[in-house]
Design a protein around this ligand. Structure first.
Ligand code: ADP
Ligand code: MG
Length: 286
């Protein structure tokens, strides 16, 4: 469950901007929520606060009862790493890494052994229908393919919360709707909480709930009957083999090595992936 309690976010630049203005909001586990509103209304700010990428000026953000405010930077990084998957409009893939390496990166950062990382990354790329592009780098892919890589990466750790900021904003409508049905499929199968910022009313209305922002305030909060998956949908589903829970077989200690990615070129990783905890040690406890 995600809770915002009287959250205000103010940016003090040349001109003071109140990006979110005393917003209170509860999103239940497993909800699929769309966030709409004009440009500058605070949508990305809301997403960033929920994902612990930024902290509020006042008020409290909680995930599963845990307030972010009391957490150290390391703990926040851990929340992002373990609980949240991000899908951005501009993909944020690392240009020098292959699809396989991009998708495997969050798992490397968790200290998974190389073989397991590659296995899982390959499986996820298969799920987003990119099994034939494992060793391509982002430049060699179309926009839709890149977004699918980004989705596979966001899902690599089976995040309980998936945050998507205009994930189809840079895609043609056909590709956009493919990406959307992928997200919806994953939501249905993994039961992740999904918050998706969109300008597309069709996308917004396909979610069980839509929150409209204007000038940093919630001006509408509509719930509708959740979209039920029909049999034809299931039969033609693009994701037949998605596991329903994280693999419990992952080793919790031993047989781990420092990820090659980190030892070979830390700056490459940290510069273009600012939201991944590159400095945290592998979490051997899981
Ligand atoms: P949206 O995603 O709805 O377009 P944002 O949440 O990005 O809107 O921004 C809301 C308001 O906050 C805008 O007026 C924007 O200019 C301002 N804003 C966002 N991020 C920053 C920042 N880092 N510094 C200063 N102002 C910002
Ligand atoms: Mg935005």
């Amino acid at each position: 469950m995600i809770t915002l309690d009287h959250v205000t976010k103010q940016f003090d630049g040349k001109r003071r901007v109140v990006a979110l203005d005393d917003v209170s909001l509860t999103i239940e586990r497993g909800e699929m929520v769309s966030v709409i509103g004009p440009s500058g209304s605070g949508k990305s700010t809301l997403l960033n606060l929920v994902g612990a990428l930024d902290s509020p000026t006042s008020g409290t953000v909680r995930v599963d009862g845990q307030a972010f405010a009391g957490l150290t930077d390391d703990d926040l990084a851990r929340v992002r790493r373990d609980k949240v998957g991000f899908i951005f409009q501009f993909f944020n893939l690392l240009p020098t890494l292959s699809c396989l390496e991009n998708v495997g990166l969050p798992l490397h950062l968790r200290g998974w052994p190389r073989r397991k990382v590659d296995e899982r990354a390959q499986e996820l790329l298969g799920l987003v229908q990119l099994g034939h592009r494992l060793h391509h780098v982002p430049d060699e892919l179309s926009g839709g393919e890149r977004q699918r890589v980004a989705i596979a990466r966001a899902l690599s750790v089976y995040p309980p919360i998936l945050l998507a900021d205009e994930p189809t904003g840079n895609l043609d409508s056909q590709t956009g709707s493919e990406i959307l049905s992928l997200i919806r499929d994953l939501h249905a199968r993994l039961g992740s909480t999904v918050v998706i910022v969109t300008h597309d009313m069709k996308v917004a209305e396909s979610c069980g709930r839509t929150i409209a922002l204007r000038d940093g305030k919630i001006v509408e909060d509509v719930r509708r009957n959740p979209r039920t998956t029909s049999l034809p949908d299931l039969l033609t589903s693009s994701l037949p083999h998605l596991p329903t829970s994280p693999d419990p077989q992952i080793p919790t200690s031993g047989d781990l090595h420092v990820p090659d990615l980190l030892t070979s070129s830390p700056s490459r990783v940290s510069s273009s992936l600012p939201h991944v905890a590159t400095s945290s040690p592998p979490d051997f406890s899981r």
